[in-house]
Design a protein around this ligand. Sequence first.
Ligand code: UD1
Ligand code: CA
Length: 463
Amino acid sequence: MSAPTVVILAAGQGTRMQSATPKVLHDLCGVPLIGWPIAAARTAGADRVIVVDGPQQPLAGLLPEGIETVVQPQADGTGGAVRAAAPLLDGAGPVLVLSGDVPLVSAAVIGALLEAHSAGGAAATVATALLDDATGYGRIVRAADGGLERIVETKVAGDASAEELAIREVNAGIYVFEAAALLAALPRLSADNAQGEFYLPEVLALLRADGAVVAAHVVDDPAAVLGINDRIQLATVRDIARARIIEDHRRAGVDVIDPGSTFIDVTVELGPDTVVEPFTVLRGATRAGAGCRIGPSTTLTDVVLGDDVVIVHSYAVDAHAHAGVRVGPYAYLRPGTVLREGAKVGTFVEVKNSDIGPGTKVPHLSYIGDADVGARTNLGAGTITANYDGFHKHRTTIGDGVRGGVDVSLVAPVSLGDGAWTAAGSTITDDVPPGALGVARERQRNVEGFAERRAADAGEDRS
Ligand code: UD1
Ligand code: CA
């Protein structure tokens, strides 16, 4: 069987979403809806993938590399969408049509459909499923011989009879056509129906009337065909996708303690023996090695963790923690943070655009921004880099084995040499040479007899 050309319908207006965002760009576990059928088609070995976009081309620049697009000039129905793609189709071979709003279709479902299609020698094969709640879907009307007779639409009243509405077998919106048969039927579609649109399913009835073989292939996983027309359906599909993502990680050796409170994007990669604690959100290009402990209550977006990293009650974006790093509780890692092997960023510590060396510790109440910190350095509680002079950002450079006192401000640009010390409470504005102690504060003065004098003064006032 030759690899199919894939057409994905995505030019509908998605009015039922009540959204300024085009329907197929709504997020499903880290990937827009349209990305899901594209990925499934590619995994199933698709040749060309053509996405039908609307006239405003909201999808331009947002699709993966190598995807062709074609514009449907007006939203005149699913049949109109495939008509728009027709000039791009070769006249031969199978054409797989997918809906941009049916995201859980898998490569396995597509493979089985293509196989059923070629085994049956059909001109067209439509995927169907039995749904408990078939509301809004086109229903499969079967002939006396069990074969597919036609599909009746139910989105608006007027197309389907009461008996047809009782049918639970639905059109999945996923089809394989022989290109020649499809191209011959498309011009014959009529818009003589309740919505005044060109319905793609009418192609099946036309082909059948011509005497061609038209098959219906029942998909055994009903979730794979769930369509998203509104936010309720989006939420239903998201719940299923989320549970499946977690199941896949568990199968691969990740311990997700509480799937009910855990959100993992489909793009996230986790190594074996990593534990994901409750109330944890892992987003985007986040990757963790083996043996990590993430959470509870931790959100990571585009974060890379090496092996054996522990991150507790923390929030991190676009940061990289190497093997054995400890983070939190209550740390905030901002973009450009690199924590080298075995480093520690502790409680109420914010790090931004900084490189923290191996074994270095920033344990408490600190802000480290635009800094390069060496190895085995210890920065005391309350270390703050003053990295912004009101106009420009400046870097702070801290060497290896530095002993920073508590409550130290480092006014950048400034550097502490290897093995330097800083005294508690210092505002460091000048470089501290290697091995030196930087002290920059008022000396303490004790006022003897102060308390006694205050008491005496108070006594005078009262008299
Ligand atoms: C469609 C099917 C229905 C099926 C259901 C499965 C038709 C007429 N009905 O109904 O039988 O059960 O899908 O989910 O085909 N689109 C365009 N251009 C348009 C209109 C739609 O590209 O002019 C795209 C949409 O962006 C969407 C897909 O086609 O991705 C389906 O359109 P939608 O309006 O959601 O069709 P349904 O009412 O769900
Ligand atoms: Ca739909």
